[in-house]
Design a protein around this ligand. Structure first.
Ligand SMILES: C[S@@+](CC[C@H](N)C(=O)[O-])C[C@H]1O[C@@H](n2cnc3c(N)ncnc32)[C@H](O)[C@@H]1O
Length: 269
């Protein structure tokens, strides 16, 4: 089935032309082919266990799911394996290509989360994991994202996402390297926190040394730290209610030392 037809079947709408053609931006471009290798120790299965725990807590039994900012589709694919109908969207074309290489492949398209073009009420659940929404660095863009998600959810639909906290971004979470290992993908990252802009800039250097010729590249990423109250306000403005927040992977309230917070927001019935 063509991507266009699949998209239509799952969302009930024709994909806008730019959905199929829009190239990604600088972030997650060069690193995309190595992303799954880089993330091979990330416990995606346990993260989906946690999402399901949140679904049970909020008495939700979704069927149609959007993996928002899906990357190479690891969360979405794990959900497909568990019987959900999942589509993915991501801004980076090379990351979206990775979705087609998963087993099973995740149907995914290039789309900006700030300009979601999905049919009204076509989804039961939207998930966005692994600090993807910190990458939307303009508050107005995140508001647009929340509005788009709300529009695409049916009555009672849930939006579950995580965000890195200011505590995580200012404490050098992303300053790290693996240069003392024999991993074929060597990386060295330095992060810089700016309290005025609330942006964390991460300068990333990579070297892949497994082919005939080593490949070297750099990427610069930006994540924004949002306040809990700001996110709650934005979600309310976008039409969500019953907004719950959790210290990641627990059912406890976040503390000031939390690195990552999960938000669960519901569209009114
Ligand atoms: C840290 S990765 C996480 C990917 C995936 N959720 C996972 O768990 O592996 C962040 C992803 O967000 C995507 N992203 C950033 N800004 C975006 C936007 N405005 N619209 C859609 N995707 C975006 C990036 O391309 C990247 O794939």
């Amino acid at each position: 089935m063509s991507l266009r037809k699949l998209w239509q079947k799952l969302t009930g709408a024709k994909p806008p032309v730019w959905v199929l053609t829009r190239p990604g931006q600088g972030e997650f471009e060069q690193v995309a082919p190595y992303y799954d290798h880089l993330m091979r120790t990330v416990p995606y299965r346990q993260w989906v266990d946690y999402v399901e725990k949140l679904l049970r807590r909020h008495q939700a039994s979704p069927r149609k799911v959007l993996d928002l900012c899906c990357g190479t589709g690891q969360v979405g694919v794990e959900m497909v394996r568990r019987g959900y109908e999942v589509i993915g969207v991501d801004l980076s074309e090379p990351m979206v290509k990775g979705c087609s290489q998963q087993n099973p492949p995740l149907p995914a398209v290039v789309m900006d989360a700030q300009r979601l073009g999905l049919a009204s009420g076509c989804l039961d659940l939207v998930v966005s994991l692994y600090d993807s929404l910190n990458y939307i660095i303009q508050p107005a863009g995140l508001e647009d994202c929340f509005q788009g998600v709300n529009y695409a959810l049916g009555p009672g639909g849930l939006f579950i996402f995580d965000l890195n906290t200011e505590h995580a971004l200012r404490s050098g979470l992303f300053t790290q390297n693996n240069l003392d290992t024999t991993d074929p993908l060597q990386y060295s990252w330095k992060s810089y926190w700016n309290p005025e802009t609330r942006l964390c800039r991460i300068d990333m250097r990579f070297r892949w040394d497994e082919g005939e010729q080593p490949v070297q590249f750099t990427e610069t990423h930006y994540e924004r730290a949002y306040e809990e109250t700001q996110i709650q306000q934005m979600l309310t403005t976008a039409g969500f209610e019953q907004i719950n927040i959790y210290n990641a992977y627990t059912l406890n309230r976040p503390t000031r030392w939390s690195d990552r917070i999960y938000y669960v927001a519901q569209k009114p019935q």
